[in-house]
Design a protein around this ligand. Structure first.
Ligand code: DPP
Ligand code: ZN
Length: 877
């Protein structure tokens, strides 16, 4: 297949200042009439440069230039391309085309498709070319006017980008609506929704006094599940005004929830389209995690209005310019709305769980890739999450004020443009006067840097010597790495847990609690330190690196109890837990028993019972590292069965050591009063449910969890209890009964039923494969619905280490078959799922061999999509 390269960029010879679209909607035969104002760019050679438009599987009905049909000889047409070689001498002309689509048969969910009887679009990254021929690239900005025509009865509602215009009746029971978006935009931000939907409306007055009508459109009967999303939207709009000085710019802002969607949501100008999972919520159907995700994603898509839409990307290599930045913005929003420390810990867990394995495996790529075969495969944790970390580091390096000035300058300079990462970083250099050229490597170099540190204290000299080294491991296509600028926030923690100061430091720049590594190794000398401090390094995860500090276990235990920085405290505890679990897994694989240190077990009990800590922190701290986390930290020769055994052993030890205290706490946390989704209440529920899991881990009695299930007053508690039953009491009568009850109760509620599939798919153990196979045949399962597919197959392959990585390879065989089936309909989703195999080389030899076999079988299958082939080939390379 074709490889696209960053260095090949050149501006288009033609521009499209205005786009008029008319949609005559019909499920099987939609006609799209596209009228483009084309302008030859200055410098493009007159008459010599053909106009080549992108298409993807299109059926062209007619094409005219300035109202006259284009002769056969003057054009070359294929479903994937339209070339026009005889163009008018004038610099501007009008190109009119008609294409024919069948939205009802579009199973890829890209372009114009139907979801539950609703017409909707998804154009990012290259879906617009499935609607009409176009210069489908993000640096072509056009002003869109859209006219939609449809059957009035079945399709009463018709939406597109921008502000609403004329509406009216047409013959034959049809009607039309016109939308106009005054802001030039790239084609990937085009959107259309038409169907029979319910809506709720609200209103917000921006700080300059513009009144904006807010609408959320959902399936009939779901209106009362939109309140949280609407509230999150209003909070986002207000927050962006204060935090970034960004105001909304249209008369309306609409959000539509659809049930078949490849991704989370899409930021189309003025018309965001969402996976309904990230809009609909109430206490009976959504968990606290769902509420938090909705808040974050509503904010994310809204924030794109400035970072992505007003300033867009020059080309798809610059994807992190909008995604990393917008993730950073939504993280900051959630941190302001919730508990900052807890939010940060959750982010880091996610980053390590998703981005680190990517960066450390065959699919590693820089935050700004230089090559791609299929851009859909680059909507990755690296572009999004590491991209956000890079923006966070810019703020750490520059400080809050200069960061804000840099953002302001970026908005001022590039509003209305398609920009590059260079433009972005330049704005910060110019605003701050700092040189970010070494820092820029964070965008260019793949791989997670390793940082090692060792502190030596001399009481006689009152001096702490800190030796730090960095190295970046090789990644595909990049064997040699350059030295990075790594900002490490830190504290020297004194005996009372407070940070200590120093008189003088040399060996590296140290500013505002941050050490700036710029060389391969640094030797820092802190002078004037009266007592031996403990080193709390990379606080707040200021740099996305793996850190190994040579330190005494006692110091780590001290930090886990006393670090005044809550993130530092969590990090110390997490390191202790991981070390114990790794040692345990190695012992078990070696046929010995896991050693579980009493002091760590005691510490866990103390943290859970420490009322000075917020419940959300306690819950997060006591959620043991996931099996995948332990595997990642082990790095090689992974045996998931041994890891599970070690983890189960530790949970049981903690649960039984503190059973009485945990029971009491469970009671105390159960008394919550009326439901509220706020972070404080969610934290109490989280703590209660973590404690329940520990209690279940140390007892064979399923009754307490069953009672918890029966008495649950909200979905958070109900789903948590069901998961505890399934994970800790597999096969118990109570578990079977609860599963049946859940299915009965929610069989008509797809989003809730997804949880039923998901909880069962996550149940640890090799026998879960049989359950999953049976669930594929469940009448409610469908590979055409991405949410359902992700709930069952996605959960099984990415969150069930022992089931998926079965030693006999049956998990992979099942997986390969289903991926190939999905690929025939929806390559994007198939390729995404297939990334679950990316860490196959870290497995122990037996599993490694069967995993390789499964990958080879996939790659030799017939008719593989470009998307899936790209992932599988890179995974094998
Ligand atoms: N641009 C979308 C988002 O991340 C994904 N396609 O918001
Ligand atoms: Zn985004």
């Amino acid at each position: 297949g074709q490889v696209f390269k960053l260095e090949d960029y050149s501006p288009s010879d033609y521009l499209i200042p205005a786009t008029h679209l008319t949609f005559r909607l019909d499920p099987e035969q939609t006609l799209v009439i596209t009228e483009l104002a084309i302008e030859r760019r200055d410098g493009a050679r007159r008459g010599k440069t053909p106009l080549v438009l992108d298409g993807d599987g299109l059926d062209l009905v007619s094409v005219e230039i300035d109202g006259k049909p284009v002769a056969e000889d003057d054009r070359t047409v294929s479903p994937d391309r339209l070339s026009l070689h005889a163009l008018p001498a004038a610099r501007t002309f009008t190109l009119t085309m008609t294409t024919r689509l069948a939205p009802a048969r579009n199973e890829a969910l890209m372009g114009l498709y139907r979801s539950n009887g609703v017409y909707c679009t998804q154009c990012e990254a290259e879906g617009f070319r499935r609607i009409t021929y176009f210069l489908d690239r993000p640096d072509i900005l056009s002003v869109y006017t859209v006219r939609i025509e449809a059957d009035r009865r079945s399709t009463p509602l018709m939406l597109s980008n921008g502000n609403p215009g004329e509406t009216g009746a047409l013959p034959d029971g049809r009607h039309f609506a016109v939308w106009h978006d005054p802001f030039p935009k790239p084609s990937y931000l085009f959107a259309l929704v038409a169907g029979d939907l319910a809506f709720v409306k609200d209103q917000l007055v921006t700080r300059s006094g513009r009144s904006v009508e807010l609408g959320i459109y959902v399936e009939h009967g779901k209106q009362d599940r939109t309140a949280y999303a609407m509230d999150a939207l209003k909070r986002s709009m207000i927050w962006d005004e204060t935090a970034f000085g960004r105001e909304y710019d249209l008369d309306v802002f609409n959000i539509v929830a659809v049930s078949d969607f490849n991704m989370g949501a899409m930021e189309n100008k003025g018309l965001n389209i969402f996976n309904d999972k990230y809009v609909l919520a109430d206490e009976d159907t959504a968990t606290d995690a769902d509420f938090a995700n909705i808040e974050a994603i509503i904010a994310h898509e809204y924030f794109h209005n400035w970072t992505g839409n007003r300033i867009t990307c020059r080309d798809w290599f610059q994807l992190c310019l909008k995604e990393g930045l917008t993730v950073y913005r939504d993280h900051e929003f959630s941190a302001d709305q919730r508990s900052r420390a807890v939010k940060r810990i959750a982010e880091v867990r996610l980053l390590k769980g998703h981005q680190f394995p990517e960066d450390q495996g065959p699919l590693a790529h820089p935050v700004r890739p230089r090559r791609y075969r299929e851009i859909n495969n680059f909507y990755t944790a690296t572009v999004y999450e590491k991209g956000s970390e890079v923006v966070r580091m810019i703020r750490t390096v520059l400080g809050a004020d200069a960061f804000r000035q840099g953002m302001d300058l970026y908005f001022e300079r590039h509003d209305g443009e398609a920009a590059t990462v260079e433009d972005f970083v330049k704005a910060f250099e110019d605003a701050s006067g700092q040189d970010l050229s070494q820092f820029f490597l964070w965008y260019q170099q793949a791989g997670t840097p390793n940082v090692t540190a060792k502190a030596t204290y001399s009481a006689a000299d009152k001096e702490l010597v800190l030796e730090i080294e960095q190295s970046v491991p090789p990644t595909p296509g990049e064997s040699r790495k350059r030295v990075m600028h790594i900002p490490l926030a830190f504290g020297l923690v004194g005996p009372d847990g407070e940070d200590m100061g120093w008189d003088h430091v040399e060996g590296a720049t140290v500013r505002n609690g941050v050490i700036h590594l710029r060389k391969r190794s640094h030797r820092l000398r802190f002078q004037g330190i009266g007592k031996r401090p403990r080193l709390s390094l990379n606080r707040g995860f200021s740099a996305p690196v793996t850190l190994s500090v040579e330190e005494k276990r006692a110091d780590r235990l001290f930090l886990a109890r006393h670090d005044g920085d809550l993130y530092g405290r969590w990090q110390a505890l997490n390191t202790l837990l991981i070390d114990t679990l790794i040692r345990g897994a190695r012992h078990i694989r070696g046929g010995r028993d896991a050693v579980l240190p009493d002091d760590l077990v005691a510490l866990c009990g103390d943290i859970v019972g420490d009322d000075a800590l917020e419940p959300a922190y306690r819950a997060l701290a006591l959620t043991l590292p996931a099996e995948a986390d332990i595997a990642r930290e082990m790095g090689s020769n992974i045996d998931p069965d041994a890891i599970l055994a070690a983890r189960t052993r530790l949970a049981r030890a903690i649960g039984s050591a503190h059973a009485a205290a945990f029971k009491a706490l469970h009671e105390a946390m159960s008394d919550t009063g009326p439901f509220s989704p706020d972070a404080e209440s969610a934290g109490r529920r989280a703590l209660k449910n973590v404690v329940l899991d520990y209690l279940a881990a140390q007892s064979d009695d399923a009754a307490p969890a069953a009672r918890h299930y029966a008495e649950a007053g909200n979905m958070t508690d109900r789903a948590a209890a069901l998961a505890v039953l399934v994970n800790r009491h597999a096969g118990a009568a109570e578990t079977t009964e609860a599963l049946a009850d859940f299915e009965r109760t929610y069989r008509d509620d797809p989003l809730v039923l997804d949880k039923w599939f998901q909880i069962q798919a996550a149940a640890p153990g090799p026998e879960t494969l049989d359950t999953v196979r049976a669930l594929v045949d469940h009448p409610a399962f469908s590979i055409a619905n991405p949410n359902r597919l992700r709930a069952l197959v996605g959960t099984f392959s990415s969150a069930n280490q022992t089931g998926f990585h079965r030693a006999d390879g049956e998990g992979y065989r099942f997986f390969g078959d289903i991926i190939l089936k999905v690929d025939r309909k929806n390559p994007q989703v198939a390729a995404r799922l297939a990334t679950a195999l990316r860490s196959w080389r870290s497995l122990e030899p037996e599993r490694r061999a069967v995993a390789r076999e499964a990958l080879l079988r996939m790659v030799s299958a017939e008719g593989l999509s470009v998307d899936l082939r790209d992932i599988v080939e890179r995974t094998l390379a």
